[in-house]
Design a protein. Sequence first.
Length: 351
Amino acid sequence: MSVGQGVERTGRFRTGCSCVGIDVHCHLVPARFPFPPGGGPVRGWPSMSPATDCHATVIIDEKPYRSVSDACWVAERRLEEMDRSGIAMQALSPMPELFGYWIEARAGCDLARYVNNVIASLVAEGEGRFVGLGGVPMQDIDLAIAELHRIVGELGFRGVEIGSNVNGVAIGDERFHPFFSEAEKLGAAVFVHAVRPAGMDRLVGPAPLQQILGYPSDVGFAAASVITGGLLQKLPRLRIAFSHGGGTFASLLPRLEQGYSVFPAVQDIMPEAPSLQARRLYVDSLVFDADMLRHLVAVFGEERVLLGTDYPFNFREKEPVARIEEAFADESLRERLTFANAQAFLALDEV
């Protein structure tokens, strides 16, 4: 399904609205959550506390986690904002705290299935303008693979969103390779988002610094672990993208490249230079800066940068198409970054 086909099918665009972007980084929160399995309390299980007609607060372990608007679960609200900001399609994924990796595995799987079913319902309401990137219980690889098969085979999702770490273990660790192997076989895209980042004890300041500084640091380590863990060597057809512009990885890559040329132990684990492997990764455009966006294209390549916003949260890129237009004058490059690269990453032309 191309962007043009989706636009023609829905007919939802206002007169004069030129909506072409595909947003690979936007989240969903259900309007409500079921009770935990078994009837008793389950540590880490979310609930929702209504605040106003259009806002609610996600509660985890009896503490407010985040206030969210109904744009998280109301299709019409999303579509209106998409029209305004030039977005033709969104890939819907869970708010990262809903991964539930820290929940007992079978209960975590129940949570993932519930959130994925909500995503599927919203995709149906979107009339061709939404696709799904579901969550899976990565704390249990067998359950994660089973849910991956369900969301791709039964729900028709284009792929999966996973965390930058699983309870502190880097995603490049060999124990997760069977999951990635299955994603490659299924042709499922993998979108990596920061979750519960390392190093929070080193930050001085208020809680939002977790999102501002902690997230990109953890994503950078996650991207590095995919290369140093040999994942891309084993699975060359895996389509994997990293949120927040790949975090700090673009800055870490020159050090990794130099270390590769200096330390035999690093060469032993990487038969191919890190800089070459890096150009097989995808990253989103969510860096809030035109110069940094140009740097991402230089590091990862013109075909590997995807439009991403972090919609519908307040800390997001509100003018994503305009940011790309600010950074690049070449029309063909703008088209790649705005929608063509995302079409390839999500395999939309195969629908």
